[in-house]
Design a protein around this ligand. Structure first.
Ligand code: SF4
Length: 122
């Protein structure tokens, strides 16, 4: 359940996570060009224009990167959910103990609880 929740959350963040990719940044800059006449075009836009590529090609590359981040978001979120689920399960599930184990926080190591003497047996 936590894996699914983590995977879904990770997939919903794929657009924000993909914002670090240069192809996605370029596509965003093409979609939202600088409208201020005092501000020059960004270096990325100038480089893109100098290549003579179509805008559709830049959008297709960005869409491919977004899809990869979507899949990666599911995987990363699922893994984080799995780790948290394992940590919680480790806290909740009590382990079977075959022998008496004293509380290490309160035990004085006085051995009064030991009714079996290994020296006498020998
Ligand atoms: S009787 Fe002594 S050794 Fe045994 S659990 Fe208590 S404090 Fe620890």
């Amino acid at each position: 359940m936590l894996m699914l929740a983590g995977g879904w959350t990770g997939s919903q963040l794929h657009e924000q996570l993909a914002g670090v990719n240069s192809k996605v940044k370029l596509a965003k800059q093409i979609l939202n060009p600088v409208t201020d006449k005092n501000q020059a075009e960004t270096f990325e836009i100038e480089a893109f224009k100098s290549q003579g590529k179509q805008q559709s090609q830049a959008f297709a590359e960005a869409a491919e990167v977004l899809h990869q981040f979507y899949i990666g978001g599911w995987i990363l979120g699922g893994f984080i959910g799995l780790v948290f689920g394992g940590l919680i399960a480790g806290r909740i599930i009590s382990r079977y103990q075959a022998d008496y184990v004293p509380n290490k926080g309160t035990c004085f190591s006085c051995t009064r609880c030991v009714d079996y003497c290994p020296v006498k047996k020998a």
